[in-house]
Design a protein around this ligand. Structure first.
Ligand code: FAD
Length: 423
């Protein structure tokens, strides 16, 4: 039997979305052995997306308990040993993990679901009181408390977390400025038409967006906290709260110290196995070979974390397959929902469908191949896009650009036509 097949005991490091889902799926699939779920956070496993959305609006919108993926009783009822502690070391020879308090856990299979940490701003003053990052429930509680009294907020980075926090701060009545080094928001993941929409949305709400500028220093002192943000063009923006949202760094140090391959994340194959067949890595920390794209990617989304976890649980209960799910993602800002299906690995044609400037979809093609669909307030397009991409149903830019075209009708027509080959 291969070392990873049907192990007696599974230890999961990290009880975020991916770690929790691994333990839950293993039990759902009838795994009979021990499951140990180790969390460095002093709380029950919880979901992160509300932290930059409803949670920031106040406890009446989202309480701490509402973040929990399951109540405490769930873990006992399903014999999942939820252990609070930080894993300091993996010994791949004795198949043991060791915690900071000296305790050890032996594994038949080890799942690394260590996630990612926020990238820090490397400028003078970055450690001043009033400067926040947002990853954990603890971060969100601190940010929410500061927002209650803040007047002038500067958000560094116009990525998803930066823009969602900017929206929450604006809704809380703060003056908000977003500073972004690139020439548009969401630069890494959203097309120009999509980015244009979010620029207008935030400006319409009264937020100042500054592009093509860096932050060179944060000013203030230990008593008053941050008071100003100095930009690369010499300007100083007054601020009593700064949110730094400049991306994350995968947490790979445990894996690297154990001698596992690490490159832009913990390196895993299409079955999410590391270079040690007794160790998997999943979720935000894993750089995996995505069968659908034939390349190595690292994704940061709930769907990816859950999909990875389920695949590993399947493998550990006897069914092995390669991960090939169509990626999808969402973001809520003000009353706008953006949903993205697929992965844009470099498009050459954009087709916009929908006449409403506040409700449209952008279809991204490489040649005649549909790569991804961004939907702004068009949930039906998003669902149809996921199905089209999943089934590999062909769609050309010309077809998409035809008057009256809808993704849903295309899906229905092609599903009913046996002559259509998968693209
Ligand atoms: P994590 O959730 O980061 O969990 C990893 C856990 O491992 C952490 O609790 C960490 O403390 C623990 N850990 C690390 N090292 C150790 C150790 N040595 N010992 C013990 N424990 C350890 N995705 C979407 O799809 N849509 C959204 O709208 C969205 N919004 C988001 C908003 C915010 C504010 C954030 C932060 C993320 C958002 N995401 C969103 C991304 C999504 O939440 C992540 O992709 C997902 O949580 C990844 O899950 P994970 O389990 O891989 O990692």
């Amino acid at each position: 039997m291969a070392p990873e097949a049907r192990p007696a005991s599974v230890v999961v490091v990290g009880a975020g979305q991916a770690g929790y889902e691994t333990a839950a799926s293993l039990r759902e699939r009838g795994h009979p052995g021990d499951i140990t779920l180790i969390t460095a956070e002093g709380t029950l496993p919880y979901e992160r997306p509300p932290l930059s959305k409803a949670y920031l609006k106040g406890p009446e919108h989202c309480s701490d308990e509402q973040l929990w993926l399951r109540p405490a009783t769930y873990y006992a009822r399903h014999s999942i040993d939820l252990v609070e502690g930080t894993v300091r070391e993996i010994d791949p020879v004795t198949c043991t993990v060791r915690l900071a308090d000296g305790s050890g856990y032996a594994y038949g299979h080890l799942v690394l679901a260590t996630g990612a940490r926020p990238r820090r701003l490397d400028v003078p003053g970055a450690g001043l009181p009033g400067v926040h990052t947002l990853r954990t429930a603890e971060d969100a509680a601190a940010l929410r408390a500061s927002l209650a009294t803040a007047r002038r907020v500067v958000v560094v980075g116009a990525g998803f977390i930066g823009l969602e926090c900017a929206a929450a701060a604006r809704e809380a009545g703060c003056e908000v400025t977003v500073v972004e080094a690139l020439d548009r928001p969401l630069g890494r993941v959203v097309s120009a038409p999509g980015a244009g929409h979010f620029t207008r949305l935030h400006r319409r709400a009264g937020t100042e967006l500054l592009f093509g500028l860096g932050v060179v220093a944060l000013h203030g002192d230990g008593r008053r906290g941050v008071t100003a943000v100095e930009l690369s063009d010499g300007r100083r923006l007054p601020a009593d709260l700064v949110l730094v949202g400049i991306g994350v760094v995968p947490r790979t140090e445990l894996a690297a110290a154990a001698g596992l391959a690490v490159q832009g994340g913990i390196s895993v194959d299409a079955r999410l196995l590391t270079s040690d067949a007794r160790i998997s890595a999943i979720g935000d920390c894993a750089a995996f070979r995505h069968e659908r794209y034939g390349s190595r990617v690292r994704l940061e989304s709930v769907q990816n974390a859950v999909g990875h976890a389920r695949l590993v649980a399947e493998r550990l209960t006897g069914t092995s397959r390669a991960y090939d799910e169509v990626p999808w993602f969402w973001s809520d800002q003000f009353s706008t929902t953006l949903q993205i299906a697929g992965l844009d690995t470099g498009h050459d044609t954009e087709v916009v469908i929908g006449d409403d400037p506040d409700a449209f979809s952008v279809l991204l093609f490489r040649g005649r191949h549909l790569q991804a669909v961004e939907s702004v307030n068009r949930p039906a397009d998003h669902l149809a896009a996921r199905r089209l991409l999943d089934r590999g149903i062909a769609l050309s830019p010309d077809e998409a650009a035809a008057p009256g075209f809808t993704l849903k009708e295309h899906l229905v027509a092609r599903r009913e036509s046996p002559a259509v080959a998968a693209g």
